[in-house]
Design a protein around this ligand. Sequence first.
Ligand code: UDX
Length: 446
Amino acid sequence: MALRITVIGAGYLGITHAAAMAELGFEVLGLDIDLDRVRALGEGRLPIYEPGLADLVHRHLAGGRDSTGRLRFTSEYEEAAEFGDLHFICVDTPQERTGFATDMSKVDRVVDTLGPLLRRPALVVGKSTVPVGSAGRLAARLAGLSPVGADAELAWNPEFLREGFAVADTLRPDRIVIGVAGDQAEKLLREVYAVPIANGVPLLVTDLATAELAKTAANAFLATKISFINAMAEICEAAGGDVVQLADSLGHDERIGRRFLQAGIGFGGGCLPKDIRGFLARADELGAASALGFLREIDSINMRRRTHMTELARAAVGGSLLGRRVAVLGAAFKPDSDDVRDSPALNIAGQLHLQGAQVTVFDPKGMDNARAAFPTLAYALSATEAVTGADVVLHLTEWSEFQELDPLRLGRVAGARRIIDGRNTLDPEAWREAGWWFRAMGRPTL
Ligand code: UDX
């Protein structure tokens, strides 16, 4: 009989994983303790924006027209325990309120609630990003809580998906990593991922600790790449070089590669910033703090980008932001997402507001989340409306629609033709030719 799968946590990761499992042909039950969310999902309404995800959910949602009916949602753990041969843990692990450590309370609660209900052999598979060592601890806890003891096995299968590409990353990942300790895990997970494995996706079977580290180390490396090029942007500004050309040149070296060398206002979102901090905190607990000392520098280079952007904006309007009108293009932490968690764009907008500027924000998808996070800022219905009357325009999230803005047309409504590109994706020539004072990060001022 085909495996039946539960996915616990219907957030960004959980919804994507649940729908992907249904796409691979399995019967899937998604679980979330938020009743409103479960009800909305049951009616095909998604709490997040992610390209292609709504279609994938609709294709499989039980009760939907022309759907396979393989995907359902519930808030009942009893039902999930009864239903699943495999249970994927997809709850979030945010940064703790005090300090850098990772808040594991949601993952712990899943194991504590599900464990005692597992009355038949089952595999619990963690996907959330956790401090190394968590899986070993949770495996022992699960076996202790479950009526079937060690037949309730735990494995770790980190998720590497990027927001904006979640569906493709889940169905066609670069690699699948599974950390196993017991007998059943590898066999069952090979069955779950049989299609991608047959399609050539590399499978790495490791111990639990290595699987946990596979995720944190990847994120630490990506963050390091971004902060490295942003450090080069600081040097370029001091020396008069051009960081975009520098990144192109570095990128041609195949050992380095051009991706993740986009200098600008730095990284944000629900993963990279909190994951490098959680990694630092964990290394400290392990007595290995010195191994990751460099990540502190990666974090501070990144945070300096935000301050630097506010300073550039202040300088652009003559030294004081008080009462000056600033148009902020972008609120989401990256394009093709409505996620504003630790968004550099919104953080900069907030800093400018605190310094007395009248800030008007526009984002194609992130407006509701931005309003909820920063209700004191003003919000426009379009980029043109945000720019109208502005003393300076800040391009802070590189949505494709911002790349297509017409500098000539915008020049007619702007209060002053001044723009700062915080992502180095606009064409300086086009804006300068249209009469704009154009400033980028780590590039010559002219
Ligand atoms: C990241 C990892 O890429 C993914 O593998 C992991 O599973 C979760 O964390 P995500 O947070 O969706 O994914 O976004 P990502 O595309 O990595 O971008 C993170 C941040 O870095 C964004 O704010 C982005 O704007 C910024 N960034 C990215 C840069 O500033 N420069 C770059 O060159 C690349």
